[in-house]
Design a protein around this ligand. Sequence first.
Ligand SMILES: Nc1ncnc2c1ncn2[C@@H]1O[C@H](COP(=O)(O)OP(=O)(O)OP(=O)(O)O)[C@@H](O)[C@H]1O
Length: 449
Amino acid sequence: MAAAASTATLSGCARPLPSTLNSSPSSTRLAPFASRSRPRRLRAAAAAATLREVCSGRVPDHVLQGAEDVGYISPTEVQEQSLPVLLSGLDCILHAQTGSGKTLAYLLAVFSAIDVGRSSVQALVIVPTRELGIQVTKVARLLAAKTCNVMALLDGGMLTRQKSWLKAEPPAIIVATVASLCQMVEKRAFSLGSIKILVIDEVDFIFGSSKQVNSLRKILNSYTAASSRQTIFASASIPQHNRFVHDCVQHKWTKSDVVHVHVNPVQPMPSHLRHTYVICSKKERLHVLLSLLERDAPKSVIIFVAQQSEKSKRAGNPPSSTLVVEFLRAEYKGTLEVLVLEEDMNFNARATSFTEVKGKGFLLVSTDIASRGFDLPQTSHIYNFDLPKTATDYLHRAGRTGREPFSKSECSVTTLITEEERFVLQRFQNELKFHSQQLPLESMFTFNL
Ligand SMILES: Nc1ncnc2c1ncn2[C@@H]1O[C@H](COP(=O)(O)OP(=O)(O)OP(=O)(O)O)[C@@H](O)[C@H]1O
């Protein structure tokens, strides 16, 4: 992201804001909208309005009905705060904790912006991975209730067939990964000239990906223009967010009155997660993991492993994922099915794992590919078999659990570290402002090493 500048006047809202936001004691015109740390679990009771009331006539009735049918009755805090901005057509940076309901917030804005009677591509949602794209498409189709087409243009998809569909019957909404979208636009399968609303989900991840950032810039500045669309950026983590807001305006990714809706700015980590760690040697790690699984008896689990480095590949070492999966398939006696998901798998195998984790108990061994946007609400436990590289990675991995906005059940995140890695975890704790409790190694061993 480029040149720094003062963000003070840019991150606020130049135009008058909807009164609900202006009247909020925590919002100002010169700073990002921010709510102080009210515990997330209490928010439903405190919220006066229903989702339907918050959307007050600006979202088609069938869309709200679809939302109500799946149980979206009360708005989550991010929905309550952002919908007045989003539905008024302003550009918005939607910045709120993992699992806080950003997807529904931006999709409601999409449905309020499009005209289902028109036969053209009017809304575009960009996501970083195929798996997140499948999820977002599912929610969009549910809300559309067959009143308009929602197409998924995702890596590993049937792009040739989709090219003819696009020409024959342009969908109102496209959910796409960056590469697949650009491929289609460059093949002139369709143009983005009629886009009214553009959403970039996990924006910090896409900007941080050397493979995706140049194409994203083309989408933002060449294929479409900020002046003729509503632009929404969403993520739970926007490092240096003041500078990002400034860059949005400077580089014309958004209009100059973009609003930064920042929920829980002092507490990036959801407060209902319980963090623990175990110090053990690398040799002990697999057995400690097994012992934790036996002790915790989780409903569903994601075990995060590091992606194998090129150096380790060249040395002929097996990746962490293979070590963990083979060990668990041999030793784990519980009922959960052991599945694997990683970048190096082909798209068919990825699709199989992704489909299988839906709807039943699972023990998914995954690289960080599952850490962004993956919404598997039944996940009760996260284990970091390998320490994440950054605090942001820790945040997104942890955020794969505790994803039922109004639930009271406690979910846990356990990290396995060596003595030397303790200071790295401490750094993540300081940066993300959470506490992690040590589990004594001896307390969990029921077997001989
Ligand atoms: N108003 C609501 N009422 C009940 N459940 C909701 C509501 N809004 C969203 N949810 C549920 O909350 C979960 C998390 O929502 P979502 O995936 O949009 O989170 P997110 O903010 O995008 O998280 P992340 O940053 O991790 O991608 C989903 O399972 C979704 O179905």
